[in-house]
Write a protein that binds this ligand. Structure first.
Ligand code: EMZ
Length: 386
């Protein structure tokens, strides 16, 4: 098996009963696995809630013990959700602008050039984390230099090497965002903090706590997900030089290839919801106040929807993947993520002849019944110039 392979641990359960079960910090989760069921649950926000009293509970592993700030719009249900989303959507679509893309290209060129100069490097810390942090300065519209601090935080803002949920680490992020909000109040500019502080939602000025909620989501939600997508891309093209050559020869399949890689990688395994009334999923009873999850990674390998689901088919024609979620809460950062992938793959085709995996440590999520490889903790790769 190639080092870049991400296998499907959910097949048997998905094709059998359609769901799995895991115990997350004594708050069990019924994991919905099939594509159709996942979409149905994501659509039904009345029965499967994102908001609710306990902030952080829809994330798996649950963040109730490390977070008090509600992430916005992610932990708000309709109809309130719409007001926030309408405000945020245009800002998060800025990656479609030419000037944004030009700056993103500079950033990614820089990271790839550094890799080529070094010859070989550890991709998670020295490539993907840098790329993600530097690109985030564009999304927030703040100076590039700020990324140095974020890089020093390491790959996950809530997880450290030996603790899945590290409250001390989380506090670094919360204190930082509080301080940035105060700075923006004292000295407003054209960054995301200032823009939100000056905005109204539902006829009222955004509060500091609401602005913090948007920023915590932007920092946390787009961090390990983007890092996994970038690292997995490097590993995939290192293992499949003919695919890199194909993208060089057929740039017209670029967008299709990106969707397919994102489907295959599914950087976010699952997202939870809180059940509001006694009901059923996959003919299995679930109680009010319990949790379900929509397992995007399992749905994206559903053979009823994706032929050869375990293969990367770069020109896959129909690809209704749910790697960015589905319905009301589909990923706010998806435009930014897609542009990162596009510029990254284009730059690789222009500058890199081949890559070689020298060694790696896989990042395996422990989901009780299932173990899922989501990427790498570390991966040493040699880059060869074109
Ligand atoms: C939350 C989540 C959002 C959560 C789209 O995903 O990502 C996780 O990595 C964070 O820990 O807080 O933002």
């Amino acid at each position: 098996m190639k080092k870049s392979t991400l296998s499907d641990p959910f097949k048997e359960a998905r094709e059998g009963k359609g769901f799995g079960e895991m115990n997350d910090q004594n708050d069990p989760v019924v994991m919905v696995l099939g594509h159709k069921d996942v979409r149905k649950c994501a659509h039904n926000w009345k029965t499967f809630q994102s908001g609710g009293e306990e902030v952080g509970r829809i994330v798996i592993p649950s963040e109730v013990h490390i977070r008090e700030t509600r992430q916005i719009p992610f932990e708000v249900d309709p109809p309130e959700h719409k007001g926030y989303r309408d405000l945020l959507d245009p800002w998060f679509k800025r990656p479609l602008e030419d000037a944004y893309q030009a700056q993103l290209t500079d950033i990614i060129n820089g990271v790839v050039d550094e890799a080529l100069e070094k010859g070989s490097l550890e991709v998670v810390e020295e490539f993907s984390l840098k790329l993600q942090s530097r690109a985030l300065t564009l999304l927030l519209n703040i100076p590039y230099e700020e990324s140095e601090l974020w890089i020093s935080w390491g790959t996950h803002v809530f997880r450290s090497e030996d603790t899945a949920l590290d409250a001390d680490k989380a506090n670094i992020l919360y204190d930082y965002i509080d301080a940035q909000i105060d700075k923006a109040i004292a000295n407003p500019g054209d960054d995301l903090y200032s823009v939100l502080l000056a905005s109204e939602v539902h006829g009222k000025k955004m509060t500091k706590e609401e602005v913090k909620g948007v920023l915590v989501l932007t920092f946390a939600g787009g961090r390990d997900t983007v890092i996994n997508a970038v690292t997995n891309s490097i590993a995939y093209f290192a293992d499949h030089p003919a695919s890199l050559q194909r993208l060089r020869d057929e740039p017209e399949i670029m967008n299709t290839a990106i969707e397919e890689l994102i489907r295959y990688f599914s950087p976010l395994t699952q997202m939870g919801r809180v059940v509001t009334e006694d009901t059923q999923v996959c003919e299995h009873a679930v109680k009010a106040q319990s949790r379900i999850s929509m397992c995007w990674a399992a749905a994206n390998r559903d053979e009823r929807v994706f032929e050869n689901a375990n293969e990367v088919v770069l020109d896959r024609k129909v690809n209704p993947h749910v790697a960015f979620g589905f319905g009301t809460h589909n990923c706010l950062g998806a435009t930014h993520a897609r542009q990162i992938m596009k510029v990254l793959l284009t730059t690789l085709t222009q500058k890199v002849k081949s890559m070689e995996i020298l060694g790696c440590k896989e990042n395996i999520e422990d989901l009780d019944e299932f173990e899922r490889k989501v990427g790498f903790d570390s991966i040493q790769v040699k880059f060869n110039k074109l």
